[in-house]
Ligand binder design. Sequence first.
Ligand code: IVH
Length: 675
Amino acid sequence: MSPAKQVSLSKAIKRAAELREQLDYHNYRYYVLDDPEIPDAEYDRLFRELQTLEGKFPALVTADSPTQRVGGAPLKAFGTVRHEAPMLSLDNAFSEEDLRNFDRRARAAVEAEQIYYQAEPKLDGLAVSLLYESGVLVRGATRGDGFSGEDITQNARTLRTIPLRLRGRGYPRVLEVRGEVYMPKMGFAQLNQRQAEQGEKIFANPRNAAAGSLRQLDPRITASRPLEMMCYGVGKFEDAGLAARHSEILERLQEWGLRISPERAVLEGVEALLKYYQRLGGKRDSLPYEIDGVVYKVDRIDLQQRLGFVARAPRWALAYKFPAQEEMTRVLDIGVQVGRTGALTPVARLKPILVGGATVANATLHNEDEVHRKDVRVGDTVVVRRAGDVIPEVVSVVLEQRPAHTKVFHLPKQCPVCGSEVIRMEGESAARCSAGLVCGAQRKEAIRHYASRRAMDIEGLGEKLIEQLVDKDIVHDVSDLYRLDLATLMALERMGEKSAQNFLVAIGASKSTTLNRFLFALGIREVGEATAHTLASHFGELEAVMEADEEALQKVPDVGPVVAAQIQAFFHEPHNHEVIKKLVEAGVHWPAVPRKTSAAPLMGKTFVLTGTLAGMSRDEAKQHLQSLGAKVSGSVSGKTDYVVVGAEAGSKLDKARALGVATLDEKDFLKLIGH
Ligand code: IVH
């Protein structure tokens, strides 16, 4: 080798080692400490530098290099791993009494007044064992039946929350770490969306998705799935002790680069255990991953040893479950709802059942294909799921319990509301009533949408009132709202003079609006608040939007062919022109919109605001951003460019981190908007 090459090789060796160390460190800050030091873009830059270097000098590649997480060919089958110390399960508690009994028995057995427990969330994923030898990850295995599981080493290596090499020092030469691999809620939703778009299998819940993703023979598939791991204990360890308390062991694991639950707490006495259960239960929906209860463990290892095991569960630990998010019940009927756009949605009418703490009597079946895919029939026993504030849905049918003579479900050929023909367009999953605004259901929905807070904001126009106005043929389209008078209103049920007057004032006030609200209020398909806003600022006036052809529409940021076609179709409809004309004649008006010039440096960028800014209100911040051409969205997604983070930021920040979206603090933000 030439001297020049030798120099560059020795430099490369040094630089590669530096980069690996930095990447490991930043990975640790991000995943284990949840406290990143550098922006993701910088991490990516370091990562690419290492990749390039390793590409140039393949001899530099080490098995524990952060670039080597996905490697190796797909397997034919998984090998079997025998767990030297069996992976046990936990006894369950379902009531406060169960928990009190557990504590009483534990105290009696060790003859103690009070016991310190470690409390942790019970993560809803699958148990995994990681074996480290001299600090290097040598094997990953699933729990299997507790005695032997599958060798998933290649797949475990693809998770960035699993260190390929332990950090620091003092770890035993052989250390088996145990924990839960799970899929965060956001990642689960995105995965299912992707699966649906590609016509692939939809996962019933994040746990199934995690299990399905980890048990892939091709590690590249696992690498593409948003899996994470959190550790909650150890199996065997050799040649060094660990610590006298479970809580200390977890902290050691954290020092060595393994992720442990930030929700963990050491508590004394059963009252504190109950309080923790309430507190964590209250947080359940806002956590970025699913949990199904709390696990309590006697903290002192010597007491754990004295308590020992019964059958396959330790006597020193207990899982106190939260109300289940999935339950079984019977389908009494399958109804059909007609939405604002005429889409027919099949809805299972259920024998009411308590799921996740709320009674569920209806669950969406999404569309006809979904009903057929799950083959849901009237009379079936089904699994119903309700997670957080998500609409309850039917997950699956319990086929063994299907009664005789059930019938396959079909959507009606006529709209159940107006009797018009139902049409399903090629390539669309929804079947729709073809009648448009002639259909009462669609009219009601259109009026409800028009009056909604973010559209024309007409206070007092609730469901019951809309129902009467449409059913009694008083209001045919939204322009009729502005022709209502006191006498007509007072003739309606539950409408006194005072409320009728208030309502008329609210209708009058709604006439003064903005172009973006008005465009949004029209209920054009695919045109949400954000698109209405960009349309308004791009075209400046209503006539220009109405006259724009598809080509002109597609010049608007974020308006693609589908949205452009919908806007065109809407304004092509003479009836819609008529309604708009009547609205303007009735006095609906808005101030001129300043046209966007090229001085829109943030054009095409999407921002999300979270937390409280010290220097300005959220609305002000939003207006600043919009005036610079940016779009401001309410939720973080893969399309978000920046999340502006104020004080006490909540779950949006977590989402941003989970998705690797760039964040700005108040200082950066002010600088960006030139304040
Ligand atoms: S400890 C001997 N801690 O629950 C103790 N398990 O029902 C063994 N799990 O298979 C488990 N979160 O998959 C423990 N913080 C936690 C847990 C947890 C979830 C799962 C684990 C285990 C099952 C036992």
